[in-house]
Design a protein around this ligand. Sequence first.
Ligand code: PBG
Length: 338
Amino acid sequence: MRPTGNFPVTRMRRMRRDDFSRRLMRESRLSADDLIYPVFVLEGSNVTQSVPSMPGVTRVSLDNLLRVAEEAVSLGVPALALFPVIDAAGKTQGAEEAWNPDGLVPRVVQALKARFPELGVITDVALDPYTSHGQDGLIDPDDPRGYVLNDETLEALAKQALCHAQAGADVVAPSDMMDGRVARIRAELDGDNRIHTRILAYSAKYASSFYGPFRDAVGSAGNLGKGNKYTYQMDPANSDEAIREVALDIAEGADMFMVKPGMPYLDIVRRVKSELQVPTYVYQVSGEYAMLKAAIANGWLAEEACVMEALLAFKRAGADGILTYFALDAARWLKAEL
Ligand code: PBG
């Protein structure tokens, strides 16, 4: 039977009256343990570039990234998610740079793991930083619409994931939305005896317009041009399809499951957690960050209160972890509360 009650015997405000009783009945809590910090890395030394559509977010060279990593460690943030910014010369039709063992990502992973062995390093597995056309996969040269080829792309993703794992990545995170990629990557990793490399599958990744500032940050917006990702990322209208995607990735051997974007998709986070009971992650994407930052810059929203409310909402919806550009800020605020 559902608990019920009647006024005036039941008064919901009784428990809200004082701080101690509000604290006692609080259901969800955010801690630094829940946070993953996405970072943009580029070639060079002592480079820090700002990203105009993401105020406060920078692209940094490895030396400067090590300082960021040190701060993440000291704040108790468990992991970084790496996103490379590849210059035009490194982008090709076939994305060959994506599995170059001497490429930017493997070098950065090696350096991070050597310096901060306890910090989790997550790498993105998708071809978009490396393709001249900005798509996440290989395109069919004979198709005027440039259809992204599924099975051919799987081979490229497997090579990319293995290259990251061999460099020392703890978690590989396929964000490409090809069918069968988790199984193909798991087989490639296991074939090289990398049974401990975890797979964070971007299982329910929607074809969202909230990724715009990220594409500015990694410089893929221009390459993608008027192109879109509708033939592989999910339709924002769908919900059952997300459950099916996660279920497939469970069967294929993924360890962690992501819903992306975040705040407009809290219903999906809740369904994944309630219906499938798997480690569930959510990505508060670049557009969500930009919206908050713009309103904060205008003095229309209070930064700490609104950011912490948004992050807590992910926890309430069922997320076990949150990728957020606010990770270090949030960890600092949490520390200040203690
Ligand atoms: C690409 C990728 C994207 C994001 C993460 N990985 C963009 C896209 O799919 O076009 C977006 C993240 C963000 O907006 O913060 N594989």
